[in-house]
Design a protein. Structure first.
Length: 98
């Protein structure tokens, strides 16, 4: 019985640690900003891969990513994945984020 109890405790700890790692993997801010920069750079590079004007796309994508802490997947559309990114508007009331 003791063996079963200790095995089940270890199993619960392993499973909870796995979920903790998964939740931490999505975290983008550790106080230093390094994770945010890496996360945004990687996501925006993928998002702007097919853009006609890549430097402008990357600039605005990075601005939006730093504020919203998310970037929609794919190279176009899917903005419902990130409402903050979707709802940002420029001074002309047009979408700010690519």
């Amino acid at each position: 019985m003791k063996k079963f109890a200790s095995t089940s405790v270890l199993l619960v700890l392993l499973v909870s640690f796995s979920f903790l790692q998964l939740s931490m993997a999505g975290s983008t801010d550790d106080g230093s900003g390094d994770k945010v920069l890496k996360f945004c750079g990687y996501k925006c590079k993928a998002r702007c891969a097919k853009a006609a004007v890549q430097d402008r796309c990357l600039k605005y994508c990075n601005v939006c990513c730093k504020e919203c802490k998310c970037v929609p997947s794919g190279t176009y559309g899917r903005k419902d994945e990130c409402p903050c990114y979707r709802d940002k508007l420029n001074s002309k009331s047009k979408p700010k984020c690519p």
